[in-house]
Design a protein around this ligand. Structure first.
Ligand SMILES: Nc1ncnc2c1ncn2[C@@H]1O[C@H](COP(=O)(O)OP(=O)(O)OP(=O)(O)O)[C@@H](O)[C@H]1O
Ligand SMILES: [Mg+2]
Length: 231
């Protein structure tokens, strides 16, 4: 459902991605691992249309995405959850969900139902300002917002970064449920290998802007020793 074909990407003259290819099949949860600065975020930004590749292209559901904006891609069902966990801090959780409902043309009650089906506890925070939520609650709100309007592909950048172990378990549960429903595909950037090996259908390893390895073998995915070499 997603094909990334030999893309290069750059910030000004600084080339950051070199000939990167990757693919995602329907219902698959694919992980990307790699050191800080390897180019993982740049890759997600390029897939989501926020950056234009200097070479190569991305095909989504059989459609060449060159020329499509990030907003258009989001409408087509590609949702990007950025690494910074930024919410609309001055708005309530409910209003944050409302904005997602509006953006995807979904009625508010079904948007709320969608988010609470993913994380029932969120109903306790509905009328709180989103800026007062913990990092984990913010991440859950962002994943919930991305799920409004039945997306086809989620791109999630380091969902567990900086979170306490107990909250990581909440995120794990949400991702597991998402995977079991298997209506949505996902690319998740993650450096916590115990999260990766519990959820991954396939793993890609990036190093210095290149895709250096793909692991699809179950036994190799559960043995993290090789991946550790790249972190
Ligand atoms: N806005 C930018 N302008 C210029 N260079 C950038 C910019 N953002 C990232 N870079 C550079 O591009 C390279 C890849 O960065 P990127 O953020 O994609 O890596 P990453 O794998 O996501 O790292 P991390 O694990 O720290 O999030 C790095 O060398 C980084 O310094
Ligand atoms: Mg990053």
């Amino acid at each position: 459902m997603l094909d990334v074909k030999e893309i290069d990407a750059a910030y000004g003259r600084a080339k950051v991605l070199h000939d990167v290819s990757l693919n995602v099949n329907r219902g698959e949860m694919v992980f990307i691992v790699g050191r800080n600065g390897a180019g993982k975020t740049t890759l997600l930004k390029t897939i989501s249309g926020l950056m234009k590749p200097a070479k190569g292209y991305v095909s989504f559901e059989g459609r060449d995405t060159r020329g499509l904006t990030a907003v258009k891609l989001a409408r087509l069902g590609m949702r990007y959850v950025a690494q910074d966990k930024k919410v609309f801090g001055n708005l309530t959780v409910r209003s944050n969900i409302e904005l997602a409902a509006y953006a995807s043309g979904v009625a508010m009650p079904s948007a709320i139902e969608r988010v609470t089906s993913i994380y029932p506890d969120i109903s306790k925070f509905m009328d709180r300002k989103a800026g007062g939520l913990s990092g984990g609650q913010r991440e859950i709100l962002l994943i919930g917002r991305a799920m409004v309007g039945s997306p086809r592909l989620l791109l999630i950048d380091e969902p567990t970064e900086g979170l306490a172990a107990i909250v990581i378990e909440d995120i794990m549960r949400i991702l597991t449920r998402m995977k079991e429903g298997s209506e949505v595909s996902a690319i998740i950037v993650e450096q916590n290998l115990s999260v990766v090996n519990r959820l991954a259908d396939r793993i890609y390893i990036m190093k210095e802007g290149k895709m250096i390895r793909e692991i699809a073998d179950k036994a190799q995915m559960t043995d993290t020793s090789e991946m550790e070499n790249y972190l």
